[in-house]
Write a protein that binds this ligand. Structure first.
Ligand SMILES: C[S@@+](CC[C@H](N)C(=O)[O-])C[C@H]1O[C@@H](n2cnc3c(N)ncnc32)[C@H](O)[C@@H]1O
Ligand SMILES: *[C@@H]1O[C@H](CO)[C@@H](O)[C@H](O)[C@H]1NC(C)=O
Length: 334
């Protein structure tokens, strides 16, 4: 076995971080015990007075900066997280990584043709269906060449490949581990292919062009979103369509829309699907809770509940309060 395979590298890196965090924690604990009375007073102030709100605010500011606003740190962080998750949870059944789409009725279904494996991730695949059929007014994608940027664990692109039968599908993702996962899980052929690449520099693909480029819940990870739009524009055929879905804080949406149209792509449709995403999160809650109980220890549970969008998570709160919206756009190269 290759000790420094990409999988092992991300695991080793993670445990290195964990070791540093534990040492830092121990040092803090020793300081706290040494200054015992002061620690208690500080603890009470932080926990039970309005100072608490200030701490929460500062924490959220730092957190938002690192994960959603910065350029370099954001890119490095997300890249590391997805690589690590894939190495740590190589579960073959886990193939999609988005918050999902559901109709506002009891079962939320729009698809009836899913197999047993796909049924598990129904809502994630329904979001893909919405994206892939947006604006096309077609039952299938016959003859179309499809590119997905940020294809993750590939379940969505595999759904498009098998259910909508385009001419070909290419998935690109920043995380080498996820690309390897896709290659082993779906096998490679002329019609479905995965490769490692960066949304902000898609030079690797430039000998090809595409009729449909999709992007599902990935663009919030990019350091420079406008550069991504430039890359997409280069890779689209004239008449080709770019369909993107993701969430954004309400104050970021204006800039996001300007960036989307900064290369001359023509906006065809825009839809706010926040309530459908919330509905999917509600209907998927039980499955996620079970998944976390089964597969995550205590440490990972708190991490996962943050990102999985369970009802106690901040993202669920913000979507409910409409401080963050989940949107879908289709743009055409004219
Ligand atoms: C929330 S996941 C969504 C994955 C997939 N679209 C899905 O819905 O199942 C975000 C994905 O974006 C990928 N990503 C993040 N930054 C990227 C970049 N700069 N270039 C390409 N992919 C990136 C991550 O590796 C991850 O797979
Ligand atoms: C994009 O990536 C290619 C290699 O894949 C590299 O040669 C090129 O310099 C990169 N461009 C930028 C702007 O980083």
């Amino acid at each position: 076995m290759n000790l420094l395979s990409p999988q092992n590298k991300s695991l080793i890196l993670f445990f290195l971080f964990a070791a540093i965090a534990i040492v830092a924690g121990l040092i803090l604990a020793i300081i706290a015990i040494t200054f015992f009375p002061i620690t208690i007073v500080l603890f009470i102030i932080v926990k039970y007075t309005p100072v608490r709100n200030i701490f929460t605010k500062v924490y959220h500011k730092i957190y938002d900066y690192l994960f959603y606003q910065s350029e370099k740190p954001r890119k490095l962080l997300w890249g590391f997280i997805y690589d690590f998750m894939c190495a740590y949870f190589p579960l073959n059944k886990w193939r999609a990584l988005n918050y999902g789409y559901a109709l506002l009725n009891e079962n939320g279904r729009i698809l009836n043709n899913l197999d047993e494996q796909q049924e598990e991730e129904r809502f994630c695949l329904q979001l893909y269906h919405m994206v892939a059929t947006n604006c096309l007014k077609l039952k299938d994608l016959q003859g179309k060449r499809v590119l997905e940027v940020g294809s993750g664990r590939g379940g969505g692109l595999y759904y498009i490949h098998s259910a909508l039968k385009p001419e070909s599908c290419v998935g690109v993702d920043y995380s080498q581990n996820q690309v390897d996962f896709c290659k082993t899980t779906y096998g490679l052929n002329q019609k479905l292919n995965f490769q490692q690449g960066d949304a902000e520099n898609l030079t690797i693909l430039q000998i090809q062009t595409f009729d449909l480029i999709i992007n599902v819940e990935s663009s919030h990870c990019y350091g420079n979103f406008q550069r991504f739009v430039q890359e997409v524009t280069k890779l689209l055929n004239t008449g080709g369509l770019f369909v993107i879905t993701d969430f954004r804080a309400i104050q970021e949406i204006k800039q996001f829309e300007e960036d989307l149209q900064s290369t001359g792509l023509k906006l065809e449709t825009k839809e706010d699907i926040t309530i459908n995403v919330l509905q999917a999160l509600k209907l998927d809650e039980k499955r996620k809770q079970q998944w976390m109980t089964r597969h995550c220890g205590i440490i990972f549970r708190s991490f996962f509940s943050k990102f999985s969008g369970v009802q106690s998570s901040r993202i669920f709160q913000e979507l409910s309060e409409r401080k963050t919206l989940y949107l879908i756009y289709a743009l055409r190269k004219v």
